[in-house]
Design a protein around this ligand. Structure first.
Ligand SMILES: Nc1ncnc2c1ncn2[C@@H]1O[C@H](COP(=O)(O)OP(=O)(O)O)[C@@H](O)[C@H]1O
Ligand SMILES: [Mg+2]
Length: 303
């Protein structure tokens, strides 16, 4: 196998396109031995998804090298949905909404009961402690504590327990000309619910997580404004679609999206990124206090 091109991921895993028997494949390799188990679970989840007919790249091989797990999968030249919004690349929006709804529907069909509220409380406590222990977050601790207090005050009942994708973001939904929309980067998580998958999409669509590099990278106000308008438009149409199918879901989105956002704080490599996340969460809390339907405030965050 010949190393070919590096791909850019966000998890610390090493991704590259390699040539194997004349075919291009993607190799995903754990950054270190400690992260091998998680990647092994990802490969197993992706393989099971492929066999169940869920659109995703076929897993071709797995192997261990120096205690680091890696797996190879089909290479499907593609663009992420996040990138289509940033670059204003036209997509078939109704087809994307169908794709998202069908995947959530499939997960919802196996739902059994709800996740115990105590599990959410334990997770909130764990994240609070992790944030307090981080040197990089030291200046932000008072602001983060206020957010954690708000999180504890939400009603965490009624969130269905079901299987999930685990990291259902706009960066992990890709589009390939021949295969259409497909999923990558499955994750095994401790709180498993299709509601939390839906909330991951709103981490991008409402929390603007997928705009972090654009926001911090000095791409220019026009580029950022353009991306926000595109993202906010997609948010409004997805919210409408999900509210029709799961009328109880919208009221649960705010706490779930904020929980997803605070969970990234201990992993932020730059303080500016943590500040951006805290600011965005505070904007969302103010928005909720004003009892404004996010779908109707399409320019919120821009003005
Ligand atoms: N099978 C694939 N075919 C084409 N591109 C891929 C494939 N798998 C990953 N990529 C590209 O690599 C990027 C990172 O992959 P991902 O598995 O999401 O890594 P991470 O876990 O670091 O987020 C994706 O956004 C996509 O651009
Ligand atoms: Mg990813």
């Amino acid at each position: 196998m010949v190393a070919h091109t590096a791909l850019k991921g966000h998890s610390g895993a090493k991704l590259s396109i390699e040539i194997h028997d004349g075919q291009q494949v993607v190799r995903k390799e754990a950054a270190d031995a400690a992260r091998s188990d998680r990647l092994r679970a990802q490969a197993a989840k992706q393989e099971a998804a492929f066999l169940a007919g869920i659109p995703c790249p076929r897993v071709l091989a797995r192997s261990e090298r120096d205690d680091c797990f890696h797996f190879d999968m089909e290479y499907l030249p593609s663009i992420s949905i996040a990138q289509t919004q940033i670059d204003a690349v036209p997509i078939d929006r109704p087809a994307l909404l169908d794709f998202i709804e069908q995947n959530l529907e499939r997960l919802a069909s196996g739902a059994q009961g709800t996740i115990p509220v105590a599990q959410f409380k334990a997770k909130i406590d764990q994240v609070r402690q992790r944030c307090r222990a981080s040197n990089l977050l030291a200046d932000l601790v008072p602001a983060i504590d206020r957010i954690m207090d708000a999180l504890e005050g939400f009603d965490w009942s009624g969130i269905p327990a079901s299987s999930c994708h685990g990291d259902f973001t706009l960066e992990n939904i890709l589009y390939n000309k021949e295969r259409g929309f497909f999923l990558i980067d499955f994750d095994e998580v401790d709180l498993s619910s299709f509601y939390l998958d839906a909330a991951k999409l709103f981490q991008d669509l409402w929390g603007h997580w997928c705009l972090r590099e654009l926001s911090l990278g000095g791409a220019g106000q026009v580029a950022l404004l353009n991306a926000m308008v595109n993202i906010d438009g997609l948010r409004a149409s997805l919210l409408k679609r999900l509210a029709r199918r799961w009328p109880e879901l919208p009221a649960k989105l705010l706490p779930m999206v904020i929980l997803h956002l605070v969970r990234v704080l201990p992993y932020c490599s730059r303080q500016e990124l943590a500040v951006l996340v805290v600011m965005r969460i505070n904007q969302m809390l103010v928005e909720a206090d004003m009892h404004v339907d996010p779908a109707e405030r399409s320019l919120n965050g821009v003005v």
